[in-house]
Design a protein. Structure first.
Ligand SMILES: *Cc1c(COP(=O)(O)O)cnc(C)c1O
Length: 365
């Protein structure tokens, strides 16, 4: 049965371009020269996006984003190291949970979900905590869509002489990151968010010196980015079965990113998406949860007013009209989320707003 493709307004998996999906319609031998070249192109393009070629190495890993976050923490922290996590949402909490699970010493600095991480408070905390060897932060907290101050936090961490781990999962490919000027030990992201690939690969861009010094840290065989890196350096191959179709799709998606004009052009498209979405939703009675000044153009959280339909009813009505939205993830307020990212532009958001208006008429006639 043929059905119309649904538009995914989620932070990943998200709506991909047909050419990206088309790239998956063949088989690849994982040890064949053609696939080794594809892997090399993917690794080089990932580094190039963040200008990391001179200092960092790209280490892809099979799995979703969480797998590579877990692998990066396991690989880069020695058992005696201590992780300080800057938390203002669920993905920051997840990094603390991961590190605790593997028996690392963990400290947490928290802010409310609608407040960005404060570099001054971090500087003060680092003066009091000489034992914290690594600091971890989420760039765009997908819980709400809030943007944390990357350059300022990285500078504070570097001045204190600590390592900086950045979960850039939902921002990489759109929000600018310059590894040549911003000190970041490791940046983690995945194939299926702003890069607009399909899910199945996480990757880390890791400072080569830190990576070289990380041999034997991970107590996991598969979640070991040092060993994974050595494998690529040795023969260009993945250590274990690679998701070959996902790699092929990601390479096409990365070429498309360059053709679009790079992260700057993609950011402009996402900003326009957010603008159309936020102003239209406001008109329909759904205000943004965050202050516009800290709202990243990645995913928008909207208040669900008391008088509005229930989330599930709204979800079902929109799904019937071809759009999949996302539930809220907040502990306090009643909210829902709509992603701004994916291979979609403002025309899609205008159609979404029409569908939303139609759904509201249908749900409260
Ligand atoms: C998506 C995401 C992750 C990874 O989630 P997975 O479900 O494992 O792909 C991690 N951090 C942030 C900020 C994310 O948005």
């Amino acid at each position: 049965m043929m059905t119309d493709p649904q538009i995914l307004l989620t932070p990943g998996p998200l709506t991909t371009h047909p050419a990206t999906r088309q790239a998956m319609l063949r088989d690849w031998g994982s040890r064949d020269a053609g696939f080794i070249a594809l892997t090399a192109e993917m690794r080089a393009r990932l580094l190039g996006i963040a200008k990391g070629g001179a200092s960092h190495a790209a280490v892809p890993l099979q799995g979703s984003g969480t797998f590579v976050v877990e692998a990066a923490i396991a690989t880069l922290l020695k058992p005696s190291d201590r992780l300080l996590v800057l938390v203002n949402g669920a993905y920051g909490e997840r990094m603390a949970t991961i590190a605790r699970r593997m028996g690392r010493e963990v400290a947490v600095l928290r802010w409310p979900e609608d407040h960005p991480v404060d570099p001054a408070q971090l500087a003060e905390a680092l003066r009091a905590d000489a034992a914290a060897t690594h600091i971890a932060m989420v760039h765009c907290e997908t819980t709400t869509g809030i943007l944390n101050p990357l350059a300022e936090v990285a500078a504070v961490v570097a001045r204190a002489g600590r390592h900086f781990l950045l979960d850039a999962m939902s921002s990489f490919g759109a929000l600018p990151v310059d590894l040549a000027s911003v000190p970041i030990t490791a940046l983690m992201a995945s194939s299926n968010k702003c890069l607009e690939g399909v899910p199945g690969i996480g990757f880390a861009l890791i400072d080569r010196a830190a990576l070289a010094a990380a041999e034997g840290n991970s107590s996991s065989l598969s979640l070991d980015l040092h060993a994974q890196w050595r494998g690529f350096e040795r023969d260009g191959q993945w250590r274990f079965t690679p998701p070959v179709q996902v790699v092929a799709a990601l390479v096409v998606a990365l070429r498309r990113l360059e053709e679009e004009g790079g992260p700057e052009a993609r950011l402009r498209r996402y900003c326009r998406n957010l603008e159309i979405l936020a102003s239209g939703m406001k008109r329909l009675g759904f205000p943004l949860f965050l202050d516009r000044a800290v709202q990243a153009p990645i995913i928008a959280t909207f208040h669900l007013p008391k008088a509005a339909p229930k989330f599930q009813d709204l979800y079902d009505a929109l799904a019937a009209r071809g759009f999949l939205i996302y539930p809220g993830k907040l502990t306090e307020a009643d909210t829902f989320r709509i992603g701004c990212i994916g291979a979609i532009d403002e025309t899609v958001f205008r159609r979404l707003l029409d569908a939303m208006e139609d759904s509201l008429r249908f749900l409260r006639p």
